[in-house]
Design a protein. Sequence first.
Length: 198
Amino acid sequence: MNFKLYDVLAHLIPGFLTIALVLHWQDISFDNNYILPATAIAFLIGYIINTLSSWLEGFYFWTWKGNPGASLLKGKKCWKVTFNENDRKKAISLLSSGLEKIDDYKTMFAKAKRIAEANDTMQRLLTFNTNFAFSRVFLTTILLLSPFIVILYINNWFLIVGLVILLIISWLRAKQRAYYYAREVLNIYLTVLEKNNL
């Protein structure tokens, strides 16, 4: 089995972070002879965390006050991520045709996503989606490990404040990555329509 970069980022890193915390918690030293089984266990743990992060996507969207794609179409912005206003209006005009509700931004974004994915010859969407998925997995890992770190270091306020800052940064970065992905979907969608003179 060949590991892709995404597998390493989204599975092994969260898995090894979890193993490291458990070993530290139980005061167990790591033996290099166990590197292969530890890698398999880390991959399994990371796979589970990746699955949880996918299930928590709706919760993350709620904390971000909406689906990033729909939010961009509504004109909302995320720090450092914007979508050109003229392109936004053009996308809404094109995407709303044939819809019963002209303000159904989720459906509009889903339509744009289908067309963009089908025409993404350079695989830019895959790259943007992979970056978002890793950010989401990292946020979920920090979120899941935080209670254990707090219990383990209850008297270390410096570390706990650092953990809170790390959570906030991870939350914001995952949000930014989601918006970057959504913006790329809309940009590719508009490029495809321009090429087809629609």
